[in-house]
Design a protein around this ligand. Structure first.
Ligand code: FE2
Ligand code: FE2
Length: 333
């Protein structure tokens, strides 16, 4: 019988579980509207709701022990959280021989340095390959000035990049391959959000589906996350160094932001910075060169960009060793 005290208690608890954040008056009106047999008026229901929620002064104190509706047993009401924190992807100890390529900007990649980098990584028998962002140039989706794209450009660029990934899978058949999303890669998702909101959120139209990553056995790490190779953090870098025009020494800029050992791409320049902390432990930061044109439309002359890639080995306990390769005029330096 819904009018009896016990029955009304059960009813209210049911509603509180279903609508934990609905204001007490609103939920009381809803209970009354949906249960016309109730003899209690809205104010009485509301009083009970507040008792159960622990927002009814002293009367509520004993109810706080019921943690079904209350966070700590001491605090009356806390809103439910609707978002989580971003956490890094931590490589396993088996992923200990790692190649890093970045900034291909397909179709503005450059084959000569790309081939040199991949051949070296094959020789090094890597078991893990990181594509550290900006695999795609994604010009058709940029908000910056550009020549108008022709119909079919976007498809051609996606197809080229997918074929490259298929090739990588063939070259490194057993390697774990992870694509860390760069700012250029993300342009497509941003474009989708703004220009095609009707299908945004439908996985079918996502970048990972378009590139058929699961078919190629390639993992994708969204731009909000970074990766840990032992004690070395790896990120594309656009959330660490804003803009492409980095400090004089990009790696030092990374050090000042992260205060941890870290490797980025994004700035298209090979650089390194080493500094000891108070305890005498060495912190190293690196930026890797790109594998795309050195004369992009946004800086056709006097740019600092160079070609490059990196190799990381890690050992038990998280210790790591980095070799940051600079490629110049067809030679690995
Ligand atoms: Fe880039
Ligand atoms: Fe970038």
């Amino acid at each position: 019988m819904p009018g009896k005290p016990r029955a009304i208690g059960i009813l209210i608890k049911k509603y509180l579980a279903k609508y934990p954040d609905m204001p007490s008056l609103t939920i009381s009106k809803l209970i009354k509207a949906e249960n016309p047999g109730l003899i209690q008026d809205v104010e009485m229901i509301r009083s009970n709701v507040r008792i159960y929620r622990g927002t009814h002064g002293k009367r509520a104190v004993k109810m706080l022990k019921d943690k079904t509706f209350f966070g700590t047993g001491k605090i009356a009401y806390i809103p439910t959280e609707e978002s989580g924190d971003y956490v890094p992807l931590i490589l396993s100890e088996n992923d200990d021989n790692i190649g890093v390529i970045s900034d291909l900007h397909i179709p503005n990649h450059r084959n000569q340095p790309l081939i040199l980098a991949l051949e070296k990584l094959i020789d090094l028998k890597i078991n893990t390959l990181l594509i550290n962002g900006d695999l795609l140039d994604n010009t058709p989706f940029t908000r910056f000035d550009k020549a108008p794209p022709s119909i079919g450009d976007a498809k051609r660029y996606f197809d080229k990049a997918e074929m490259f990934l298929e090739g990588l899978r063939g070259q490194f058949p057993k390697a774990r391959i992870i694509w860390l999303e760069g700012n250029h890669d993300h342009w497509y998702t941003k474009w989708l959000m703004k220009k095609a909101p009707e299908v945004f959120g439908d996985q079918y139209f996502s970048l990972t589906e378009r590139m058929h990553l699961s078919d190629h056995g390639i993992e994708f790490l969204p731009q909000e996350r970074f990766l840990m190779a032992g004690k070395l953090a790896v990120a594309h870098g656009h959330h660490i160094i804003r803009g492409l025009f980095a400090p004089v020494n990009a790696a030092r800029g990374v050090f000042l932001r992260t205060k941890k050992s870290c490797m980025i791409g994004h700035v298209h320049v090979t650089s390194q910075h080493m500094e000891k902390d108070l305890m005498g432990d060495l912190i190293g930061t690196w930026s890797t060169g790109c594998l795309c044109t050195l004369t992009p439309d946004y800086q056709p002359m006097a740019g600092k960009a160079n070609h490059g890639f990196a190799h990381i080995t890690t050992s038990k306990g998280g210790e790591f060793h980095v070799r940051n390769y600079h490629i110049h005029k067809g030679k690995i330096l």
